[in-house]
Design a protein. Structure first.
Lengths: 285, 261
């Protein structure tokens, strides 16, 4: 607690010497997440106490210990890892396909005006369709097994990535491109040395948004008849009246979603050190 | 020699930005271009840089027609335009990709020392002050040793003190290899302290109005009467270029100094 209270003061002085900068950066690395945990942990503890004190029977909203016990039980039987692996592999394949397609089409639309005029109206029209509406068609086309699920997730991931890449390329500063032109960069060199680094920040954001949608759509996909996966655990919990199992699945969704998002952030952070953004400095301290 | 032969530019939207601009500029000469806002100074410089094509006339450098950016021509803009994802050293070395890494490092180190930013080699552009960033931009443009360096209001975003500092610094760097400098400016002081020749332009359409040779020995004393004399001549020409027919040129020109642009 004391640590988090002192944080703003430390941040303000961190430009004085390199040493304080380093130690404050390290402090921020641990203090930041700690600050973020405060609210959920506080609520969980409060609920646990409320149930324990008999203020609620906790049947419909099970207390944290009950949820934890459910998770342990599922984990022990090996079922949990089976469901997690099923869901993760669906998200992963859908994400990869969506990202590859979104990046490719986004880059083409962003780079070539003609391709954009040709392609973009159609993509925008398709985007206006709520993606869940594709489900019946995908099932007819691709069957009810993995393919249709992965396709739905890929569709969810595709649009934000497409839009992000195209928008990022279109908004690359003409002035910076001119620098490349004065140094007579060839087309590929211009892409590699100017366009790619310039779009990278927006691309990372697009990937993270895409991943978020991937997690959203995997639930929808698993609602439409799955025999395993975290979405199946949700449905199963509802049908058999096991709220603890539902909440356990939700908690695992949250953990996995947050972790994968964090992995993207972590993997791309070294490439974005140069950024001079409000968010890059921890926001308003 | 840089030869501008009746260079004209009409933008696709119909704006007639530049008309029949002709000038011959010797290697190593410093030419300042001055004129009201919108009289085609940037248009001219961009045509010489090969960033835009002139609609009429030709730009030739040593008998090569310039229609696209050329290795012998460098340009510095009003903003430093550093690449934010490259360190200061990598920014300076940006135009040296043909060189081996070792040769590039050496040239960059020399250039850094020359602009007094050796200690900033590994800094990000965002960590620089405006003046430092513009010095990096100058180093980046000079390190491939261009024959012609174009500068489009390079110091106009800086405070007066930094501006003076960089003017002196630019002359100092120019002295190393003596490239041709073509400098667009709003600042009469800057034109007279740097240039061998001041070209005054007039607007609508932009064209050459008057040429003033500044034959003052370098280094120039900004406080000498000769210096003042040239400044006054440039200011008077500027006033006339904007059709301000003033009988008492002397009295009005001091007011004009702050007003003309
Ligand atoms: N890309 C452009 N398209 C259309 N008109 C332009 C463009 N760039 C400049 N102009 C017009 O050309 C004229 C000269 O502009 P410019 O060369 O930038 O003037 P200066 O640099 O002397 O202030 C102005 O009237 C300006 O509005
Ligand atoms: Mg201009």
């Amino acid at each position: 607690m004391a640590m988090t209270v002192e944080l703003p003061a430390l941040e303000r002085t961190d430009s004085t010497t390199p040493e304080t900068k380093v130690s404050s950066a390290r402090l921020r690395r641990y203090a930041g997440p700690a600050l973020g945990l405060l609210l959920p942990v506080g609520l969980a503890v409060a609920w646990e106490i409320a149930v324990w004190a008999g203020l609620s029977n906790g049947r419909l909203v099970p207390p944290p210990t009950k949820i934890f016990a459910t998770m342990v039980e599922l984990a022990k039987s090996g079922e949990l890892s089976r469901h997690i692996i099923a869901t993760l592999s669906r998200v992963a394949s859908g994400f990869v396909i969506g990202v590859v397609a979104g990046t490719l089409f986004g880059a083409i639309s962003g780079y070539w005006g003609l391709a954009r005029r040709l392609l973009d109206p159609t993509v925008q029209a398709l985007r206006a369709i709520p993606s869940i509406a594709w489900v019946p068609l995908f099932i007819l086309w691709l069957g009810i097994f993995e393919t249709s699920k992965v396709a739905l997730i890929a569709v969810g991931v595709f649009f934000p990535v497409y839009l992000g890449v195209m928008g990022a390329i279109l908004s690359v500063d003409r002035k910076i491109v001119e620098v490349g032109r004065t140094f007579r960069l060839s087309g590929p060199a211009m892409i590699r040395r100017i366009l790619l680094p310039a779009v990278l920040p927006a691309y990372v954001v697009a990937l993270r948004v895409g991943l978020g949608l991937g997690w959203m759509f995997v639930v929808a996909a698993e609602f439409m008849g799955a025999s395993e996966g975290l979405g199946y655990l949700l449905i199963d919990g509802q049908q058999l009246g096991k709220p603890a199992q539902i909440v356990a699945a939700i908690v695992i969704f949250a953990i996995l979603g947050k972790t994968t998002d964090w992995l993207i952030e972590l993997a791309t952070a070294p490439l974005l050190r140069w950024q001079d953004a409000f968010g890059g400095k921890g926001g308003a301290a | 020699m840089l030869a501008l032969d009746r260079v004209g530019k009409t933008y696709p939207n119909g704006v007639h930005a530049l008309e029949r601009f002709s000038a011959d500029i010797k290697l190593g000469e410093i030419v300042a271009i001055i004129g009201g806002s919108g009289c085609g100074k940037s248009t001219l410089l961009r045509a010489i840089a090969g960033l835009d094509r002139a609609t009429t006339g030709t730009v030739t450098l040593d008998d090569i027609a310039i229609t696209a950016p050329h290795a012998k021509i460098g340009i510095i803009f009003q903003e430093p335009r550093l690449l934010p994802w490259l360190s200061v050293a990598d920014n300076i070395g940006f135009g040296l990709s043909e060189l081996s890494a070792a040769a590039r490092r050496e040239k960059v180190a020399q250039a850094l020392a020359r602009v007094g930013l050796t200690d900033k080699a590994n800094a990000w552009p965002r960590e620089l002050s405006g003046g430092q960033a513009q010095r990096v931009a100058i180093a980046r443009a000079l390190v491939p040793q261009p024959e012609v360096l174009l500068l489009d209001e390079p110091f106009s975003a800086l405070d007066a003190f930094t501006r003076r500092d960089l003017q002196d610094h630019l002359l100092d760097l120019w002295n190393d290899t003596r490239p041709t400098l073509m400098l667009v400016t709003h600042d009469v002081d800057e034109a007279v302290v740097l240039a061998d020749r001041v070209l005054v332009m007039r607007p609508r359409p932009g064209r050459l109005f008057e040429e003033i040779k500044v034959n003052l020995a370098r280094p120039r004393d900004r406080n000498s009467p000769h210096f003042d004399n040239f400044k006054r001549r440039v200011l008077t020409a500027l006033d006339r270029s904007l059709d301000r027919n003033v009988p008492d040129a002397d009295a009005k020109s001091t007011a004009g100094e702050a007003m003309w642009w």
